[in-house]
Design a protein. Structure first.
Length: 131
């Protein structure tokens, strides 16, 4: 089961963090169709956020067709996103690169900045056909 981590320093709305983390878990194959999301009460207890925030996130995921609420039972995953990239050779290469970056003295935020920059550059150029 997924455990949400809320970072109040990001400036990203709390409900969006839940939506993003759920989507990431779906892309990585950590959540699969039929899996149950934690109850709103469990998320509130683990993160100390307002129950309405959790429900808002779950409604957004439901609106996107990713989950479905079953009255009296909970919220369940309807479909996955992607082909479980954590099982691909790219995941191993990326993990190895991150280990080397960390061993080379880069902090988490440094690695995140490098990754975000490379991601933005590669996909922006790729979308424009610049290669």
């Amino acid at each position: 089961m997924i455990e949400y981590r809320i970072d109040r320093r990001t400036g990203v709305a709390t409900y969006l963090q839940i939506v993003q983390q759920t989507k990431q878990a779906l892309r990585l194959g950590l959540l699969e169709p039929g899996d149950q999301l934690p109850t709103a009460r469990a998320v509130v207890e683990a993160t100390a956020i307002n129950p309405n925030t959790v429900l808002k996130a779950y409604r957004e995921l439901e609106r996107e067709g990713l989950v479905e609420a079953r009255r009296g039972l909970g919220t369940f995953v309807r479909k996955s996103l992607g082909a479980a990239p954590n099982r691909s050779p790219f995941a191993a290469e990326l993990t190895d690169w991150m280990r080397r970056a960390r061993a080379g003295g880069l902090a988490r935020d440094d690695v995140a900045a490098l990754f975000s920059s490379a991601l933005e550059q590669e996909f922006t150029e790729g979308e424009r056909g610049e290669r």
